[in-house]
Design a protein around this ligand. Structure first.
Ligand code: ADP
Length: 263
């Protein structure tokens, strides 16, 4: 079909003059669509081979029959296969999120339960190296897609673990006020220089690529968070001081909440 996509920009000059620019962005839009489809297809196709490789490697490692001297290389192969699996899963999730900017699910997600689950996952990654606390100041449910919201909450909590030295406290907090519901993750980790903050939600943007890779990062976490928020009318807040720590906050509007008082 030959439907065109036009973009219009109006600049006013005084009372009765205006400059109107109309751009035909059909080609750009189609190219962007092709890029998304390509990434989604490649990621999907890579999942099966990766599952097979990981399966055999795990069996071999578990059987204790690996040839002499192959324990370390085998562990490294498994580690890298798991990294690739995370990357492929994140790419696939991101491609799905990007296909529609708005309109998330209509599930009712209890925030306290979601926070406890995410704290559990963060404790698993931390393996006792951090004190992770949960402070849910008000019971509420969020309206949206449970998997997507879990992914957004979890990415912030796991980042706090990845970018904090051992022993640092990490606090997950939820509160509700007249502007909506807010979920924050505060860490006392390495922090982020202000020049990087505007770019953190770009795909594969990392302040320190080496450190991110070592900690198992795919560089897609905050891009996923951004897209989940777009689909839930939410916003991301970042407050960070290098060397002192960061606070990442997800803000949700009142329309996405129901609290005990309003239920
Ligand atoms: P990654 O998989 O690399 O963690 P993200 O998209 O989740 O990717 O984050 C992008 C970058 O932002 C990270 O590589 C890291 O440099 C920085 N970052 C994210 N969270 C934190 C944090 N809590 N403290 C310090 N730096 C962070």
């Amino acid at each position: 079909n030959d439907a065109r996509i036009l973009q219009m920009e109006v600049t006013r000059y005084g009372r009765d003059e205006a400059l109107v620019i109309v751009r035909d962005v059909t080609r750009l839009h189609n190219l962007e669509q092709m890029r998304r489809d390509f990434v989604a297809n490649v990621s999907h196709e890579l999942r099966t081979p990766l599952t097979v490789i990981a399966g055999y490697l795990e069996t071999l490692e578990g059987s204790g029959q690996a040839p002499q001297g192959w324990q370390r290389p085998l562990a490294q192969m498994l580690d890298q296969t798991q990294r690739m699996t995370s990357l492929v899963n994140d790419l696939l999730l991101l491609a799905r999120l990007e296909t529609s900017e708005r309109n998330s699910g209509r599930e009712q997600i209890p925030v306290r339960e979601l926070m406890e689950r995410v704290a559990g996952e963060a404790r698993g990654l931390s393996a006792g190296r951090h004190q992770i606390s949960v402070e849910c100041l008000q019971d509420a449910t969020l309206t949206g897609d449970a998997t997507e919201l879990h992914s957004a909450f979890a990415n912030l909590a796991l980042n706090a673990v990845k970018y904090s030295p051992a022993g640092g406290p990490i606090q997950l907090r939820w509160w509700v006020d007249s502007r909506g519901g807010h979920f924050s993750v505060q860490d006392s980790g390495i922090g982020i220089d202000p020049i990087h903050i505007p770019r953190l939600t770009e795909r594969f943007y990392r302040v320190d690529a080496g450190r991110s890779r070592d900690s198992g990062g795919t560089g897609l976490g905050l891009a996923i968070v951004k897209h989940v928020l777009l689909r839930h009318s939410g916003e991301l807040g970042v407050d960070s001081t290098p060397g002192r720590g960061s606070t990442f906050t997800l803000h949700f509007p009142p329309s996405k909440l129901s609290t005990a008082a309003s239920a």
